[in-house]
Design a protein. Structure first.
Length: 209
């Protein structure tokens, strides 16, 4: 299988070099280039033909939100690296497929890049809380249907491939209750199977990877 083509973008040369070094030797990804953002950067993206843009936003996130939006509108998938949750609030409107903290390690970067490359949405839990309701509240929705906190927990467990029996043990509830929640999730997500439910929920950003 061909490795994922990753183009590193960011204002800081040392940060770009560091990211390239962090990803070096990873069989799942291949760094095809590094760019500092300027007026010509978007035009250069086509030269590199990346599957995913890994964009280190630095600290001046607000200054690049419009640029990041333009990259998405051009059809590129982006995973952005952010300094904190406040930056996530600013970057959220850009439409980036993934957001991680700048302190993320190589394993987390590779996993997130592969997920974004597969068309999924990935958010660091520490950043996700900044712009969507956390798992402690029932406000997560799909197509207007609210997911309860327990349904969100069951959904996350399903995404980890756990059986009903293991979910019941993990959440300290009965298998019958798990089955009830699974059926409710299938209905709310309009899914035909557990796998279909996980795929739909992941695309909607309801699952943390």
């Amino acid at each position: 299988m061909n490795s994922l083509r990753v183009l590193i973008c960011g204002p800081d040369l040392f940060a770009r070099v560091g990211l390239a070094a962090l990803l070096a030797g990873q069989r799942a990804v291949s760094v095809v280039g590094q760019l500092a953002w300027d007026a010509e950067a978007l035009a250069q993206f086509a030269v590199y033909q990346p599957d995913v843009i890994l964009w280190d936003m630095g600290w001046a996130v607000a200054a690049h939100v419009e640029d990041l939006t333009a990259v998405g509108e051009a059809g590129y998938r982006t995973l952005v690296l952010l300094p904190d949750a406040e930056a996530a609030r600013t970057a959220n409107a850009s439409g980036a497929q993934g957001m991680l903290l700048r302190t993320s390690d190589g394993a987390a970067l590779v996993a997130a890049l592969c997920a974004v490359g597969a068309g999924l949405r990935v958010f660091d839990p520490d950043l996700l809380a900044a712009f969507v309701t956390t798992i402690d509240t029932p406000a997560a929705t799909y197509g207007g249907e609210s997911l309860t906190p327990r349904e969100q927990e069951v959904l996350q467990s399903m995404a980890q491939g756990l059986s009903n029996k293991l979910i019941a043990r993990h959440l300290n509830i009965s298998e019958h209750t798990v089955k009830f929640h699974v059926n409710a999730l299938l209905g709310k997500l309009g899914a035909q199977s557990r796998t279909d439910a996980v795929v739909r929920a992941t695309r909607a950003g309801l699952i943390l990877l």
